[in-house]
Write a protein that binds this ligand. Structure first.
Ligand code: PLP
Length: 486
């Protein structure tokens, strides 16, 4: 056993923490400067996975003798650089540095958020964030919200509420029974968590009732009636429509007003997966994308995507707050006294998770310092840049756009004359693979109707028009080179 003079055991020495903390903040600040300014560095320092396991073996770099600073440096050097202006791939944000500092504090405090006593500040701040979103969405009083770790868990929380409220027996207690199994109508382009959640609920493939999309990859609301009837003829009782605001692959916004009308007509639960696209709540220019949002029964908003906070941090809003208490009718008497069952400040009654980190404090900090002005500027500038990029693509005869961008997500591809679709799929996959391995940019790909497209999410606040021009030049060079051998 380690002996110390002080009552404080060695690993908990505040002076060591102070010293290491200052070194860490200096290192991170230098890193942030280099990454944001687009300094020469591979956006993804590619390593073979097995090589990296060896590189980080416990006895590597001196094992326990390695300084904390050297260890941190090795982590940074081998990570993907999200703050680099050439990071334009998945929907993972460059967190606002101030929210990272707040999270540094909440990590040390380690207050949970299952019950009020274990995270009073978090619960109070969470409440104020929910009130702010009540007015942003345009809900009337009586709405409520809850934080979850991520959009997948958020969607599941809302979809469970839909199931509990719209099924004509107590499905939570009794399980799925009878022939009329509950069904969710979802877009063919819905995020995979939506279909997966239906299966997690034990409902099976037939309960995922897919609605085709139009040429802009939006849900075909003109087909809703017909598809509902067809599902019901097969013994599926439709209980909900899930809209995407926006979809993951192409960033397309479903028509919320048409979906709300349909849900109102048949008394269905309208859920909006706004994990990525709800940032437009802050934008005068782009808010029309979500016209009708105030009619949704539930909405998922990922703070860790377009609201620039560290992952994971999701808000689920319910139009009728009472509904959010119905989902989990489970008893946990060691945590909740009977009279406290339906109180907002014991959040564990309403989420899948028990212990949670202080998500409310981080979201509150972001809203407090950036919510009134920066978000609008940020969202507008990223959506505007996507429009500019689309114009660049359209002006180059070797490139094709999958659809006009409705958000900051864009799909396009190298499509020079003389190649069939199969060859173009091969060329575009190879373009992406070479780009990420050479480290010049980080971009991703999406498959739409059997075609491979290059996909960008212009989520980084410092990515500029010039960065995108450089990307297109590189794509054309690689396309011509790879095309010679296809
Ligand atoms: C539209 C949409 N919904 C849900 C999710 C899942 O969110 P999370 O990764 O926070 O679980 C994503 C992730 O990309 C998404 O784009």
């Amino acid at each position: 056993m380690i002996k110390t003079k002080s009552k404080i055991p060695t690993p908990f020495n505040p002076e060591d923490f102070r010293k290491e903390g200052h070194i860490l903040v200096d290192r991170l600040s230098d890193y942030l400067h280099d990454a944001l300014s687009g300094k020469e560095m591979a956006v993804l320092p590619w390593s073979d996975p097995d090589r990296l396991v060896d590189f980080f073996s416990f006895d590597s770099a001196g094992g326990e003798e390695e300084s904390l600073d050297a260890f941190i440096k090795r982590i940074i050097d081998n990570s993907i650089h999200i703050y680099h202006p050439h990071y334009i791939g998945h929907q993972v944000t460059s967190p606002l540095p101030a929210t990272v500092l707040v999270q540094f504090c909440t990590t040390l405090l380690n207050n949970g958020a299952a019950i009020y006593e274990m995270g009073p500040v978090n619960m109070a701040m969470e409440r104020n964030v929910i009130k702010r979103f009540e007015s942003l969405i345009g809900y009337s009083t009586g709405c409520d919200g809850i934080f979850t770790h991520g959009g997948t868990a958020g969607n599941l929380t809302a979809m469970l509420a839909a199931r509990q409220v719209k099924t004509d027996y107590n499905i939570w207690e009794d399980g799925v029974k009878g022939i009329n199994r509950p069904g969710y109508m979802i877009s063919e382009q819905a995020h995979y968590s939506i279909g997966r959640n239906v299966k997690i609920m034990g409902l099976g493939e037939e309960s995922i009732v897919k609605v085709p999309v139009d040429s802009h990859f939006r849900m075909r609301t003109d087909l809703l009636e017909e598809i509902k009837t067809a599902a019901e003829n097969k013994g599926i009782r439709i209980i909900s429509v899930v809209a995407s605001s926006c979809s993951t692959a192409t960033g397309s916004y479903d028509d919320l007003e048409a979906i709300a009308d349909f849900c109102a007509k048949y008394d269905l639960w309208m859920h909006v997966d706004g994990a990525h696209g709800m940032g437009v709540l802050f934008s005068e220019k782009y808010k029309d994308r979500i016209k009708g949002i105030e009619r949704a029964d539930s909405v998922v908003i990922d703070f860790h995507k377009m609201l620039l906070v560290p992952a994971l941090n999701t808000l689920v809003m319910f139009r009728n707050g009472e509904r959010s208490f119905e989902t989990f009718a489970q008893k946990a008497s060691y945590l909740f006294q009977k009279s406290q069952k339906n109180v907002w400040y014991n959040s564990a009654t309403r989420t899948i998770e028990c212990t949670k980190s202080a998500l409310g404090i981080i979201a509150y900090a972001a809203m407090k310092y950036y919510g009134n002005g920066y978000y609008r500027h940020y969202i507008d500038s990223r959506y505007d840049l996507a429009v500019t990029f689309a114009l660049m693509v359209k002006s180059d005869s070797k490139l094709r756009l999958a659809a006009e961008p409705e958000s900051n997500i864009i799909c396009f591809r190298f499509a020079s004359e003389g190649y069939n679709d199969l060859a173009l799929n091969q060329i575009n996959s190879e373009i992406r693979s070479r780009i990420i391995k050479e480290g010049s940019f980080y971009i991703v790909q999406a498959e739409l109707s059997g075609k491979i497209w290059l996909r960008l999410t212009i989520i980084n606040p410092v990515t500029s028009e010039d960065d995108l021009k450089t990307l297109l030049i590189r794509i054309s060079e690689l396309g011509a080179e790879i095309g010679k051998n296809v």
